[in-house]
Write a protein that binds this ligand. Structure first.
Ligand code: ASP
Length: 349
């Protein structure tokens, strides 16, 4: 059987950083410096080709420009490789993975994001295991087809769906969580795939790459005592096409009349207002409390159990694709790439 071939892409992040002698802070270094730290790669059962972005970046500086570059690189190399591993900083990895999940339609090959909490050159680095296992997973096939044809994050023994993941810890090696969806694989002595949880393409349709992203989005995290002038400032942003409200619990917000009036005014101006929860687990349910029913009544759209990262990138993708709010709202009520769980009742509405 032919060996799988993997394209290993380096964008930056702690995994490839070194301590700056002058300042003592971590900064990204060139790929050639750090790839020598992993001689284990030569033992891989796959063909590995590398591609490094220059200059490498801290993922705090990642955004739509990098997402488009990654999507373009994957598109150009899609037929040449069986899987892709992307080394990326952990800070915004969940945003980049979510964005790519929406940008790559009809995906049939694995795109595995990974990184590290400690650089590859550090004695106790977590980067080696993350990198080596990500490559194993990216090349894994069953009956000639990819075992995990999804955009994923692999970190500290768990393979998670990218658009369900959130960076949870800036300290622990176990940095990511996917609270509302099970892991796609657990890694110990063996890699145990959770086959029923993995999305497989329903057809052989070719990959479609969507690169038109519209970033005119606002994000408002509510807190008790939020001043009216702050809410006024964000709701008066002239170019905003969609506002994500990060609400309490199962989608609840204050019922003060000034607050509801500002949100309603926004909706009347055709700005989409979407409700996601500040909680890691559970879903928005705007029928449960009076404090959320008010939002539904004025036209706020449920974000269900979406992460904020998935909702930000889903909206950028949808706003870039559709001009009509109706079409966007329809897609917000659908799970496009497995990013939300819909109850039977909602799914068939
Ligand atoms: N600041 C780093 C980054 O996101 C953190 C990391 O990689 O873990 O690039």
């Amino acid at each position: 059987m032919e060996k799988s071939s993997i394209l290993l892409i380096y964008t930056g992040g702690t995994i490839g950083m070194q301590t700056d002698a002058e300042t003592g802070s971590l900064r990204p270094v060139n790929f050639s410096h750090f790839i020598n730290e992993v001689p284990e790669l030569q033992k891989s059962r796959y063909h590995i080709t590398t591609h490094a972005f220059s200059p490498p970046i801290d993922s705090a500086n990642a955004g739509p420009q990098l997402w488009i570059q990654l999507a373009t690189l994957i598109e150009a190399n899609y037929h040449l490789y069986d899987g892709f591993v992307i080394l990326h900083g952990t800070d915004t990895m969940a945003y980049t993975a979510s964005a790519l999940s929406f940008m790559l339609e009809n995906l049939s090959k694995p795109i595995i994001f990974t990184g590290a909490q400690l650089p590859l050159g550090a004695l106790r680095t977590d980067g080696k295991e993350n990198l080596v296992t990500s490559i194993e997973i990216a090349g894994e096939k069953k009956d000639g087809l990819a075992v995990v044809p999804e955009v994923c994050i692999y970190f500290e023994n768990k393979l998670l769906r990218g658009n369900r993941s959130t960076k949870y810890s800036a300290e622990h090696f176990n940095a990511f969580r996917s609270v509302n969806y099970p892991a796609l694989a657990e890694v110990g002595l063996h890699i145990r795939y959770n086959y029923p949880a993995i999305n497989y393409p329903l057809s052989n349709n070719p990959l479609i790459v969507h690169k038109n992203l519209d970033t005119r989005i606002g994000l408002l995290k509510l807190f008790p005592g939020i001043p009216r002038e702050f809410v006024e400032a964000i709701t008066q942003s002239p170019s905003m096409r969609a506002l994500i409200l990060e609400t309490f619990g199962s989608g609840n917000a204050m019922t003060e009349s000034w607050f509801l009036a500002l949100i309603e005014k926004l909706i009347k101006k055709d700005v989409l207002v979407v409700n996601v929860s500040q909680c890691f687990g559970g879903t928005v349910d705007m029928k449960r409390y009076q404090t959320s029913m008010m939002l539904e009544k004025i036209g706020v759209i449920s974000g269900y159990d979406s992460t904020t990262e998935a909702m930000v990138t889903k909206l950028m993708y949808l706003l870039g694709k559709y001009t009509s709010n109706e079409a966007i709202i329809q897609q917000l009520h659908r799970s496009i790439r497995g990013e939300i769980s819909l109850s039977e009742e909602v799914a068939h509405e």
